[in-house]
Design a protein around this ligand. Structure first.
Ligand SMILES: Nc1ncnc2c1ncn2[C@@H]1O[C@H](COP(=O)(O)OP(=O)(O)OP(=O)(O)O)[C@@H](O)[C@H]1O
Length: 338
């Protein structure tokens, strides 16, 4: 697991609206290796979806525009690639699945039709060969009665089954990387667990890298090797899932972890981070999280911290990480707890 296949550097994607410029993605860098599962996590409005849409150049233009940065896929800068090349990569080398499969599937066409179509766009195969591949894919994603389901319409399937179909379509051309934007959010927990298991299985069997976008750290904990925490258009923390969950350094990550309900605690008081994610704007000053941060001090209001590099390939955007100030975090925390 070493070859880097996706590399985003200093990406800036803006929306030019009547109310001003929204820097939805503001200097994001992220890297995905072959076979790796990387999670992008953050609350609604943090810029997760716009980051993933930027990769496939699916940001609505206008009002959106990638204004700076680079996106390399296996060494090729996608921002310099032709429209034809991007179309060829989409659904072939890089596939995407979204939250609500009903809106991605066409209600007027059978499941078989839609998978066959997805295969034939990218591969020179006969209709019969495409049908065989489609059935093989439906079986791979655990759809019972695959042959019959080929002739059914999306509304005849449950939400979980529709999401499996979407994964089958996404995986039909053996992509190098699957971008999954909140793939389990619309599903109930047991189905959610099955879909995550399926993604894990496909990742293992096919060595497909997965970029998983979610607001749910519980989902990240289930399947991701590494996690990138986004806040108001920027990366605020990055590291292995294990390290981040065990020892989060950014107050936002700490808040997200505190918000995960504990299974075995009776009468627990559910925690939520006070306030909401600010709408990004070009004239924001200071740390973006300062208004919701219990540790914010003067410097946080005047200066936006850089993404500091820590040990073990970890990164965090917080002044409290300075050796002396780090102590302040622990002191403040122990005061709060006592
Ligand atoms: N078409 C658009 N026009 C203007 N602003 C937009 C547009 N699309 C997204 N934004 C803004 O970009 C920012 C990032 O949005 P994005 O959808 O990437 O967030 P997210 O973290 O994926 O949230 P969610 O989980 O709700 O999808 C938000 O402030 C959002 O309002």
């Amino acid at each position: 697991m070493s070859e880097e296949i996706l590399s985003i550097n200093n990406l800036h994607t803006h929306f030019f609206t009547d109310h001003g410029v929204v820097p939805a993605v503001d200097g994001v860098s992220l890297h995905v290796k072959k076979g790796e599962i990387v999670g992008i996590v953050g609350e609604s409005g943090c810029g997760k979806s716009v980051t993933s849409l930027s990769i496939m150049q699916l940001v609505p233009t206008p009002p959106g525009k990638i204004v700076d940065g680079s996106i390399h896929f296996k060494g090729e800068n996608l921002l310099e690639a032709s429209k034809r090349r991007i179309k060829d990569i989409r659904g072939n080398e890089i596939s995407m699945i979204f939250q609500e499969p009903m809106t991605s599937l066409d209600p007027l066409f059978t499941i078989g039709n839609q998978i066959r179509e997805a295969i034939r766009i990218h591969q020179k195969v006969t209709k019969k060969q495409a049908s065989e591949r489609a059935i093989e894919m439906l079986k791979l994603v655990g759809i019972p009665r695959a042959e019959e389901v080929m002739n059914e319409y999306p509304h005849q399937l449950s939400g979980g089954m529709r999401q499996r179909v979407m994964i089958a379509i996404a995986m039909a051309c053996d992509p190098e990387i699957l971008i999954a934007d909140e793939p389990t959010t619309a599903l109930d927990v047991t189905i959610q667990a099955q879909i995550l298991d399926l993604m894990k299985k496909l990742n293992k069997e096919k060595d497909t890298a997965i970029l998983l976008i979610t607001h749910d750290l519980g989902v990240v904990a289930e399947i991701c090797d590494r996690v990138i925490v986004m806040y108001a258009g920027q990366v605020v923390e990055e590291g292995t899932t294990r390290e981040i969950l065990k020892d989060p350094t950014h107050p936002y990550t700490k808040g997200l972890i505190r918000s995960i309900p504990k299974l075995h605690e009776k009468n627990q008081q559910l925690y939520s981070i006070p306030g909401t994610v600010p709408k990004p704007s070009l004239n924001m000053t200071g740390c973006r999280f300062k208004d919701r941060c219990e540790f914010a001090h003067d410097r946080c209001f005047s200066e936006n911290p850089e993404l500091f590099s820590l040990e073990n390939n970890r990164y965090s955007r917080c002044f409290l990480l300075d050796a002396s100030e780090r102590k302040v975090v622990s002191d403040a925390e122990s005061n709060i707890r006592s």
